[in-house]
Write a protein that binds this ligand. Structure first.
Ligand code: NAG
Ligand code: NAG
Length: 340
């Protein structure tokens, strides 16, 4: 008899799974903003009582978050203690549709044993592409050139509008995470002579990419291009300040695809205005959106893009899907795909 029983278990090892109802309307999920790709909404609506916060305000979020089991959190939402408290004790999961988590009180969520996921990996290529775009645009003075066309001051002169080469240069990556590595892989095609990086520790991936590990100060003074691709933390906040820009070469180009808060913008504006550095390319700034009369917008040697790092159809869709899949995993008691 026991032989038969064991045999049956062998045939149906996860018999419980097949009897679980796919639709678990008892669980409630809130999607924090109304601009999330449809794929995520479809995945969640098929399983849970899913509510989309259609008015993108904190008040609306506070009102709708009460009683939810999981929160799908867009990068635009500041998930603070007010929202965590308003949600209630049944909140078990926050799925962040971003790689960075500076908008989320991660410490408080962890303290309450609330699971967290983010979306690393799927956005690396798109963000790294923007880093390359900004690097070239700033180095080749694209913004200033465009202004000359608009101003009717286009001049044909061999010394006019000269930029900086990637070929033969030293490129410094501040934060050699997955995105930093993707940037190095892309820039290798531009005949860069040396890649250097800094961060918490020397990395195996750095060795594999042939990049040299330096201190922040060494990187600043040796690099022709300094690319910020690290997360915003209390430690990295405004690490690119006036002192840092003074340590950089006067011919250097600064690029930021991390977070605006990494930069002391007053220091950067001063450095760009006084030619302490050659140019900057920024996808992130403070505040976002930046107003058109901001000093950064006026500087001809500052190339700006309005936080477009992950803004491609495919990448946003992949991020939304991964966030939904993490929420489904959490609410099914399974391991998260990309836990924080
Ligand atoms: C373009 O024209 C404006 C208005 O005359 C001027 O302030 C600005 O310096 C010009 N920009 C360039 C790059 O020549
Ligand atoms: C820039 O940051 C460094 C490191 O935190 C600090 O030592 C330095 O005083 C800062 N400089 C300015 C001008 O704030």
């Amino acid at each position: 008899m026991s032989y038969t029983f064991v045999g049956l278990l062998g045939v149906f090892p996860d018999v419980g799974k097949h009897f679980r109802l796919p639709l678990n309307q008892a669980k409630k999920v809130l999607i924090s903003t109304n601009d999330v790709p449809m794929i995520a909404i479809e995945l969640l609506e098929a399983r849970y009582n899913t509510v989309v916060n259609d008015i993108n305000t904190k008040e609306s979020l506070l009102a709708k978050v009460a009683g939810v089991n999981a929160l799908f959190c867009s990068a635009k939402v500041k998930l603070d203690i007010d929202i965590i408290n308003a949600a209630g004790a049944q909140l078990e999961m926050v799925g962040a549709m971003s790689a960075g988590l500076d908008n989320i009180d991660v410490e408080e969520l962890k303290r309450r044993n609330i699971k967290i996921s983010n979306t690393p990996g799927v956005l690396n290529a798109a963000v790294a592409d923007i880093a390359v775009l900004l690097t070239l645009a700033a180095a080749r003075r694209l913004r200033e050139g465009r202004i000359h066309i608009e101003n009717n001051t286009w001049t044909s002169n061999h010394k006019w509008m000269l930029g900086r080469d990637l070929k033969g240069s030293t490129v410094g990556i501040v934060g050699l995470g997955e995105i930093g590595q993707a940037i190095v892989k892309r820039l290798k095609g531009f005949e860069v002579s040396q890649f250097v990086y800094c961060g918490h520790r020397e990395k195996l991936e750095g060795k594999e990419l042939g990049a040299e590990f330096l201190t922040f100060d060494e990187l600043l003074s040796q690099s022709d291009f300094v690319i910020a691709s690290c997360p915003l933390t209390p430690e990295t906040k405004e690490m690119f300040n006036e002192t840092a820009f003074k340590k950089m070469k006067r011919t250097s180009v600064f690029v930021n695809i991390g977070r605006g808060g990494l930069v002391d913008q007053t220091g950067l504006i001063k450095a760009l205005r006084e030619d302490t550095i050659f140019a900057a390319g920024l996808d992130v700034m403070v505040p976002e959106p930046l107003s058109s009369d901001h000093e950064l917008v006026k500087l001809p040697n500052c190339f700006l893009s309005p936080h477009l790092g992950t803004a491609t159809y495919q990448t946003r869709s992949d991020m939304a899907k991964l966030t939904a899949q993490n929420i489904i995993a959490a609410l099914s008691g399974e391991k998260l795909i990309t836990p924080v």
